[in-house]
Design a protein around this ligand. Structure first.
Ligand code: NAD
Length: 443
């Protein structure tokens, strides 16, 4: 058996010795430049070089090119920030989104790391804690949640609970002195959204709503094309988000827990993405809804909603959402001289961006491939960047509140047979409710 070095904790003086003994590879690639361009394998590992690593922290690692410049670019080295400099996250709620997407995404983050878990199911939490290397003292129940205030490793609380619980856990989290990343929809009512914003403001903490699409590079590319009038003025946007729901007894089918049905869960993607693409706020909305009679899934919440948004520039958006038909997650922007389409647009993986126009009379269709980036990792790293550098997140609480107000107007219209509702808070300012645009995912 080889005699493996047993690294001591950071800041231990013996770490310097450890690096001097074992850090040849690291120093060869990371500090070769500072050592006078010696061939990597020949770089002498001196005490001075080991000190350099400890003082300045590791620099980005680089590797030599393998392929010719004419080949497609391969994967780049992620070069995450050193672990001790990343923002620490406590994730609350160990359901589908957390276990299937968020915890795996945290391991792809460059600026964020998982440090604590909160769950009502101690058995599940202990399994997850072992899988992700979280110690028992960093595991909390809903009853001990407020004790997070005494855990300096936790900078951010990420709330991934049923919608009706977002307000309470955001407010308690802010009072515990933590920044809050909250899943969409922000809450069940605009009033709750206002209370969440107020609690975070009062505590001097940041609040971001997890609108992952606004951080995803291909959707951001469409925003750029729309805003630069790549195919002339945008006239119409059609957006659809449907899926066929499973068992009736889940929280998504209970009004008190979910706030509504298809609209606040998946229809919200249509609403939020259209607003994000245009940067404008709708002046008037109208909606129709329908639920299949006697379907136990839709006793309390709506199955389908069709809604239109009229924007001050004249753009009309036609949105479709449903909980009882096969999955469709797409939109198309109809502009004067071309269209831009994302299909799928709202899925976690496999997004596809296409465009069509006829510059010389012949229609040209093209697919724009920007490669796949983990939307959840980009979103969390954006928030971590805002926390570290004191910036307002691109999708702060105000963005979630605005969606909530619009959804309340949509329900009002639907209850009144589709009668249009004029929205208050009309503003001519673009991106009126957004903060600092993300830079994550651009390289
Ligand atoms: P889920 O049902 O899989 O998980 C919810 C978790 O909350 C479970 O661990 C459950 O035990 C816990 N919980 C605590 N109290 C509960 C109660 N009274 N009733 C039911 N569950 C309770 O749900 P999910 O799909 O992980 O969704 C969680 C949140 O994340 C929702 O707000 C949802 O809208 C949002 N979400 C966002 C995305 C996205 O792409 N951004 C995707 C899915 C879900």
């Amino acid at each position: 058996m080889s005699n493996l070095p047993n690294p001591a904790p950071a800041c231990d003086p013996s770490r310097r010795q450890f690096i001097a003994q074992t850090g040849r590879g690291l120093l060869a690639v990371g500090v070769a430049g500072t050592l006078g361009n010696l061939p990597a394998a020949a770089a002498p590992i001196t005490d001075q070089a080991a000190d350099l690593v400890l003082q300045s922290g590791p620099t980005d690692v680089k590797l030599p090119e393998i392929n010719a410049k004419t080949e497609p670019k391969g994967t780049s080295i992620p070069n995450p920030q050193p672990v001790d400099q990343r923002v620490g996250y406590a994730v609350v709620g160990l359901g589908h989104l957390t276990l299937e997407e968020l915890l795996p995404a945290l391991s792809q983050c460059k600026k964020s790391k998982l440090v604590a878990l909160v769950s009502g199911d101690a058995d599940k939490m202990s399994k997850v804690a072992r899988q992700y290397g979280i110690s028992p003292q960093n595991c909390y129940s809903y009853q001990t949640y407020d004790n997070l205030k005494d855990n300096p490793a936790v900078d951010v609380i990420y709330i991934v609970l049923p919608n009706s619980m977002h307000a309470e856990y955001t407010i308690r989290g802010a009072r515990a002195g933590k920044h809050i990343l909250c899943e969409k929809p922000m809450a069940n009512t605009a009033k709750e959204c206002e209370q969440m914003i107020e609690a975070c403001q009062k505590a001097g903490k940041k609040l971001m709503i997890a609108y992952r699409i606004q951080y995803e590079p291909m959707n951001r590319k469409v925003q750029e094309m729309v805003r630069s009038n790549a195919f002339g003025k945008t006239k119409i946007i059609e957006a659809t988000n449907t899926q066929n729901q499973g068992p009736p007894d889940q929280w998504r089918h209970k009004k008190a827990l979910a706030g509504g049905g298809a609209l606040p869960d998946i229809g919200l993607y249509c609403l939020n993405t259209v607003r994000f693409l245009l940067g404008e706020e709708p002046a008037e909305v109208a909606a129709h809804m329908y639920s299949t009679p006697n379907d136990p899934r839709f006793k309390e919440i709506e199955e389908n909603m069709l809604f239109t948004l009229r924007f001050p520039s004249g753009v009309l958006a036609n949105c479709v959402t449903g909980y009882g038909s096969y999955t469709s997650k797409r939109y198309r922007v109809q502009a004067e001289t071309g269209w831009i389409q994302m299909d799928p647009a709202f899925s976690y993986h496999g997004l596809k961006l296409e465009q069509a126009h006829a510059p010389d009379g012949n229609e040209q269709k093209a697919q724009i491939n920007l490669g796949e980036k983990n939307q959840f990792a980009l979103e969390m790293d954006h928030f971590s960047d805002c926390v570290k550098n004191n910036k307002t997140p691109y999708t702060p609480g105000e963005e979630g509140l605005q969606d909530q107000r619009i959804m309340e107007a949509l329900y009002q219209s639907a209850r009144n047979g589709g009668k249009p509702v004029k929205l208050k808070n009309e503003t001519a300012k673009l991106d009126a409710f957004r903060g600092t645009p993300p830079t994550e995912g651009q390289s």
